[in-house]
Design a protein around this ligand. Structure first.
Ligand code: 48H
Length: 260
């Protein structure tokens, strides 16, 4: 005889155990798009305790829909080695242009992060940062996405970390929170502010992404489209090598900081 209360207890006890186990970690990532997922894998692989919060039910962010819902993605030579590491099937379309299935890619990037030891919580939105006395970012404040969507006045909870990555894509949500809430805060950009992304230029947008991926404010890093949005980089459309390389780069920067 199956006992429904045991099923319920199994879910609730197991979930809350995971939640409590991740209240203090090395790195928190906001956003499970391609940049966040890749960063999570490389960070967790190096032994850093890594947690990723995703607002939506699904993972993959903008990658899942490919270009105009034709769910294929393109990568260039530079991005290929990362996809090869995940054993994602690629077809050469023309020299320097490879096509992959967006669903396969998202599934394998997600599995890669989980298998490396990163913990992913979906349906949770990062709505604020936690700061220390020096105004450095040392964690995030989260709430259920359902609370956010229903606009309910329900207080959030806090997770602590050494570093936070804003991988929230075009909207660069965590960095905006820092600017809005920390008095006189200045970003590590040429204006000290969010510069906004520039219109389409795939060649420049992909290249500049590796420069714009950085520690943007003490304790807070940006990766993926959020990085170009902060530093005035071009958008690049449905080519994703830069997002993967940006996720890897941010993991290297954080590993250098936390592991030396
Ligand atoms: C929790 C959040 C929050 C929050 C948002 O948009 P993404 O796919 O981001 P990237 O940078 O990994 O990839 C960008 C790429 O998809 C893209 O848009 C490209 C290449 N555009 C080029 C162009 O020309 O348009 O993923 C961000 C994820 C999403 O899943 C959001 O749901 C999630 O972050 N998210 N999660 N708390 N506050 N805000």
């Amino acid at each position: 005889m199956l006992d429904e209360t045991i099923i319920t207890r199994a879910i609730i006890e197991s979930y809350t155990k995971d939640f409590v186990d991740h209240l203090k970690v090395d790195v928190i990532i906001a956003g499970a798009g391609p940049a966040g997922l890749v960063a999570a894998k490389y960070l967790a692989q190096s032994g850093l305790k890594t947690v990723l919060f995703e607002r939506k039910l699904s993972f993959g962010g903008g990658m899942l829909g490919g270009g105009i819902m034709f769910n294929k993605i393109v990568v260039q030579d530079d991005g290929r080695p990362i996809l090869d590491e995940y054993k994602i099937k690629l077809e050469q379309f023309e020299p320097n242009y490879y096509v992959a299935d967006a669903i396969e890619t998202v599934a394998k990037l997600t599995a890669g992060a989980i298998d490396a030891g990163a913990k992913i919580f979906n349906l949770i939105s990062v709505e604020d940062v936690k700061i220390n006395e020096k105004m450095e970012v040392k964690g995030v404040v989260v709430n259920w996405t359902a609370v956010e969507m229903a606009k309910l006045h329900v207080d959030p909870v806090t997770f602590k970390s050494n570093c936070v990555i804003d991988a929230t894509g075009h909207d660069v949500e965590v960095v905006k929170t820092v600017l809005r809430k920390i008095p006189n805060s200045k970003l590590n950009t040429s204006t000290g502010n969010i510069m906004g992304e520039l219109p389409m230029n795939a060649e420049i947008g992909e290249k500049i992404l590796l420069e714009t991926t950085k520690e943007i404010y003490p304790g807070l890093y940006v990766a993926g489209m959020a990085a170009n949005a902060c530093s005035g980089g071009q958008r690049m459309g449905p080519i994703f090598g830069g997002m993967l390389l940006s996720g890897k780069k941010v993991s290297t920067l954080i590993k250098e900081k936390l592991l030396g």
